[in-house]
Design a protein around this ligand. Structure first.
Ligand SMILES: [Zn+2]
Length: 304
C-alpha cells in the first residue's frame, strides 16, 4: 500500500512539474513576462528577442546616469537622491578618492551594486560566485552577449557588495618575499577595492591608485626600502614615503597611523601603517603612489 501511494505521489509530482514547464514556456514564448521577474530571465528574453531578429531595444537593461554635483551636496545626499548607497557611488566613480566639487560629474549606477574591474584569470563565473550573484544578472546589467572578458573591463555587479578582503588581493598582499627578506618585487600594499585608478579623471591627474577598506586595515611596504618621510602632508594627510632601489619611491597617503620613522629600513610586506581617512579624502582608503625617478607611474605596471 505504501509503495502504491509513493508511486501515485511520484506521478502526481511529475504531472505538476510538466504543467509548470508548459505554463512557463508558454509565458516565455508569448513574451508575457511578468513584472519583477528575476533579472536572469530578462536576459534570456533579451537574447531570444535578438535571435528572433526583432528591433526592439532591451528596455530591461538599465543605463547609468550622470549627476552634476551642486553646491553643498554630499555623497550621502546624492546617493539618497538616486536610491543607491554611498558604496555604490564610490564604486562607480574612480575619481572619488578625493573631494567632490560643484560641477564634478558622477556616474550614477541604476541600482545598488558595485563596479568591478576584470583582472587576469577572471571569468564571469568566478566573479559571479565571488559576489554571490548570477552570471546572467551580470551579463544583463552589462549588456553582454557572451561570457568573454577583457582584462581591465569594467563590469557592473548588480546587488554586489564590497568584499572586505578579496581573496585575489589578499593572496597578492601575502605573496612571499624572496630569501633574506630583500626583494626587488613589488607587492600589494593592502587589501581593498580599487576605488580609483591612475591617470586623468575629470580633468585632474590621479597620481596613484586608491584602495578602499576599513580604517585600521594594515598597510604594508610594497617593496623593501628606507622610509624617507613619515608625517603630515596637506592633501595626503598622514603620509609615509619609502625609497627603494632603481629610483623607485612609494607613497602611502590618508593614513590613520604610521608605524615607522624617518630613516627606518623596512622589508617588503612589513606593516608600516594603518589605513585612514586623513587629508583630502572622502572615505577610508589608501592612496598608493609609485614614482620612478620622481615621476608618478601607474602602480599596475609594477604590481604583481
Ligand atoms: Zn588617491
Amino acid at each position: 500500500m505504501n509503495l502504491i501511494w509513493i508511486q501515485k505521489q511520484r506521478s502526481r509530482l511529475l504531472y505538476m512539474l510538466a504543467a509548470f514547464v508548459c505554463v512557463g514556456s508558454l509565458l516565455f514564448f508569448a513574451g508575457k513576462t511578468p513584472k519583477n521577474q528575476p533579472i536572469e530571465q530578462k536576459a534570456e528574453t533579451v537574447q531570444s528577442e535578438e535571435k528572433a531578429n526583432t528591433v526592439a531595444q532591451p528596455e530591461s537593461v538599465p543605463k547609468n546616469k550622470i549627476h552634476t554635483v551642486k553646491e553643498g551636496e554630499t555623497l550621502g545626499v546624492i546617493a539618497e537622491q538616486y536610491n543607491i548607497d554611498v558604496d555604490t557611488l564610490l564604486g562607480a566613480n574612480e575619481n572619488l578618492g578625493t573631494d567632490i566639487h560643484p560641477g564634478d560629474q558622477l556616474v550614477i549606477l541604476p541600482q545598488k551594486g558595485i563596479l568591478y574591474r576584470a583582472d587576469m584569470g577572471d571569468t564571469l563565473w568566478r566573479i559571479a560566485s565571488t559576489f554571490q550573484v548570477d552570471v546572467a544578472a551580470i551579463m544583463a546589467a552589462n549588456d553582454k552577449k557572451d561570457e568573454d572578458l577583457a582584462i581591465g573591463e569594467n563590469l557592473f555587479i548588480p546587488g554586489g557588495k564590497k568584499i572586505k578582503e578579496p581573496e585575489r588581493l589578499l593572496a597578492r598582499a601575502e605573496s612571499p618575499v624572496s630569501r633574506g627578506g630583500v626583494s626587488n618585487r613589488f607587492i600589494w600594499p593592502t587589501v581593498g577595492d580599487v576605488s580609483s585608478g591612475f591617470g586623468y579623471r575629470w580633468g585632474r591627474h590621479h597620481d596613484g591608485i586608491d584602495l578602499a577598506n576599513d580604517i585600521g586595515t594594515t598597510v604594508r611596504a610594497a617593496r623593501s626600502g628606507r622610509v624617507t618621510y613619515s608625517g603630515w602632508s596637506s592633501g595626503y594627510g598622514r603620509l609615509v614615503i619609502i625609497e627603494h632601489d632603481q629610483g623607485y619611491t612609494t607613497y602611502y597617503g590618508h593614513l590613520n597611523e604610521s608605524l615607522v620613522e624617518n630613516g627606518e629600513y623596512v622589508k617588503a610586506g612589513q606593516s608600516i601603517a594603518y589605513m585612514g581617512n586623513t587629508g583630502e579624502s572622502t572615505g577610508p582608503h589608501l592612496h598608493f603612489e609609485v614614482r620612478k625617478n620622481g615621476t608618478p607611474i601607474n602602480p599596475y605596471s609594477v604590481l604583481p
